[in-house]
Design a protein around this ligand. Structure first.
Ligand code: O2Y
Ligand code: MN
Length: 596
């Protein structure tokens, strides 16, 4: 457990230096000068290639074996196995610590150990939290500077309170003297380990994304979800949007989607509907706290976007494109153009004739290989986004009136429906499912349950997490709680063609939901929840027939008859901690479907 000595941070840094044996120790202050210095180190090491076409921006490629989060090497080491639950890998914390101590022993030999103080949320914010990452990767320093509020200001807060999460990271590649470094040091033996009760993260072997930028998934989701359980808040895998209607009424919404389901595109939505305005508060993570008025307020703990590059383009997400155009960004595992810019599949309609691929090989259009890895990323400051809402750094967050859950499903789930009440909404979150993508290692296109889009990010037992969500209804009145919706942009027809155009047209679904929140639209009770009545979704100027709308909103008895046993199996997998209220919801659904 973290002790509160006068300088617990210095003690920890000394202890880690003794273990990892770096050549040098450097405390990061977050300044411009420091950033230039770190970037120059990375350029000199040939890790970063400066882009001629974008200011202060860099192209970077990882080791081909280190390209994504490693879920099978991710552990929640709570003291009791029953607190990690069936969805997490678990090991006894003492046993895990002794494995890790052996791996970290001398792991920073020949390298610099960077001490990176950071804030999740604005420094001094009511619900902000702090951490210190120790890392032997300058790439991590450069990325943490974009993704968190890193440096002197965060350190001052930590020195005041002595409260911080210890986030230890090593690429696990000690550099022997006389041996030339590789551009992307890493280790085939990877461990991404959270110790929730100790508020500690130990990450070994990977330099990539969620494995290495420890403020993101490890802290802001896994550790923070555990803290939320104990302290009465929620740490969720959700984007946050501000939606302004033509009559200038503002609604803030949060939405949970599994990895790479178009969340970043939705977070920067250019609405197709005239007079509607959508602004961005966050694209990936939301912390939700009760305000003094009993409503849930969301804040984005991050400072940047770490978006999937392929599929992000001028047609699909022009605001992300405008964000990166301003520079100050790192591009990892995308392709480099001959004139010193970046390119990836889906960026532009026109395909460059020649590129350097993410594998640093010459690439010509028509090649059977992709120029960019499917999980390649842009890392860019949120403040540069043209749609960023002025209140995105509001220290108290923004009041949420609707929560959306969504996944990628070919069938069964209609375009949109609303939960009858909070308990039913928790059922929808708990049964969320999606087809897998490249962000996680494993097969692509396989349907898996992903409760609240938190499957890889839960810091404790899923059953306890569902109970925590249910318990919010006893903290405040149902009226104060956000209304819950389920969306599926990805439903297909019999020929495998998407039924709904998606992207900016999704604003039509947001409009219907916001009108539902305001009690202004029309819906009908169906077996699965409240479904829009014919004509209730605004399809003006959209070339979609009433028949097609009926198909995309259809609740099919036979498809749900197939779905229910899968939900049964999922609930049984969660085991004894599965809340009875959610079993009741399942029985109710079963009865409704049977009587269709
Ligand atoms: O593959 C990685 O390491 C990045 S994962 C990621 C990054 C940004 C936002 N979301 C995710 C995710 O997997 O949900
Ligand atoms: Mn994510």
């Amino acid at each position: 457990m973290q002790t509160k000595t006068l300088d617990n941070l210095q003690e920890w840094v000394d202890e880690i230096a003794l273990l990892t044996k770096p050549d040098k120790i450097y405390w990061c202050n977050g300044s411009e000068l420091e950033s230039e210095h770190i970037n120059n180190i990375l350029i000199e090491k040939k890790v970063f290639t400066p882009l001629k076409k974008k200011p202060r921006s860099f192209w970077c490629t990882s080791d081909p074996s280190d390209v994504a989060r490693v879920e099978d090497r991710t552990f929640i080491c709570s003291k009791e196995e029953s607190d990690a639950g069936p969805t997490n890998n678990w090991m006894d914390p003492d046993e895990m610590k002794s494995i890790l101590e052996e791996l970290f022993d001398g792991s920073m030999n020949g390298r610099t150990m960077y001490v990176i103080p950071f804030a999740m949320g604005v420094v001094g914010g009511r619900n902000s939290k702090y951490g210190v990452q120790i890392s032997d990767s300058p790439y991590v320093v450069a990325s943490m500077r974009i993704m968190t509020r890193m440096g002197e200001e965060a350190l001052k807060e930590i020195r005041k309170t002595h409260e911080f999460v210890k986030a230890l990271h090593s690429v696990g590649a000690p550099l022997l003297s006389g041996v030339e470094d590789v551009t992307w040091p890493c280790n085939p033996n990877k461990y991404i380990v959270q110790f929730p009760e100790d508020k500690e993260i130990w990450s070994f072997g990977s330099g990539y994304g969620g494995n290495a930028l420890l403020g993101k998934k490890c802290y802001a989701l896994r550790i923070a979800s555990y803290l939320g359980w104990k302290e009465g808040f929620l740490a969720e895998h959700m984007l946050i949007l501000k939606v302004t209607s033509p009559d200038k009424i503002i609604n803030y919404i949060a939405a949970a989607f599994p990895s790479a389901c178009g969340k970043t595109n939705l977070a920067m939505l250019d609405p197709a509907l005239q007079g509607w305005k959508v602004e961005t508060i966050g694209d990936d993570i939301a912390w939700l706290h009760f305000g003094d008025d009993g409503r849930l307020y969301a804040s984005n703990p991050e400072n940047g976007f770490f978006g999937v590059a392929p599929g992000t383009g001028w047609a699909t997400n022009p605001n992300a494109m405008r964000t990166i155009e301003l520079g100050n960004s790192i591009f990892t595992n995308v392709a480099l153009t001959d004139d010193g810019d970046v390119w990836w599949e889906g960026m532009t309609e026109e395909i460059p004739t020649h590129l350097t691929s993410w594998k640093r090989q010459s690439w010509t259009s028509g090649s059977s290989e992709l120029s960019s890895h499917p999980n390649s990323r842009f890392c860019t400051p949120a403040s540069q986004c043209p749609t960023i809402a002025p209140e995105w750094e509001n220290p108290d967050g923004v009041p949420i009136s609707a929560i959306f859950f969504g996944g990628r499903r070919d069938s069964t789930l209609p375009l949109v429906f609303q939960a009858r009440n909070w308990q039913h909404g928790v059922f929808l979150g708990a049964t969320l499912s999606s087809e897998t993508t490249a962000a996680a290692t494993g097969e692509v296109g396989v349907v898996r349950r992903d409760p609240f889009a938190m499957l890889p990010f839960l810091g404790y037992h899923a059953g306890d997490y569902f109970k925590h969500w249910l318990s919010l209804a006893s903290v405040t009145s149902e009226n104060n709680l956000p209304k819950i919706f389920y969306v599926n942009w990805f439903r297909k027809d019999r020929n495998g063609k998407f039924l709904w155009p998606g992207f900016s047209e999704n604003s039509r679904v947001l409009k219907w939901a916001i009108e539902q929140v305001r009690g202004e639209t029309s819906s009908r009770e169906s077996a699965i929840g409240l479904i829009p009545l014919p004509g209730a979704i605004d399809t003006e100027n959209l070339n979609i027939s009433p028949e097609l709308m009926a198909e995309v909103l259809n609740v099919s008895k036979s498809e749900w008859e197939n779905e229910i046993p899968l939900i049964h199996k999922w609930f049984e997998f969660i085991g004894d901690k599965m809340p009875l209220e959610l079993w009741d919801e399942l029985s109710f659904l079963e009865e409704n479907i049977a009587s269709m």
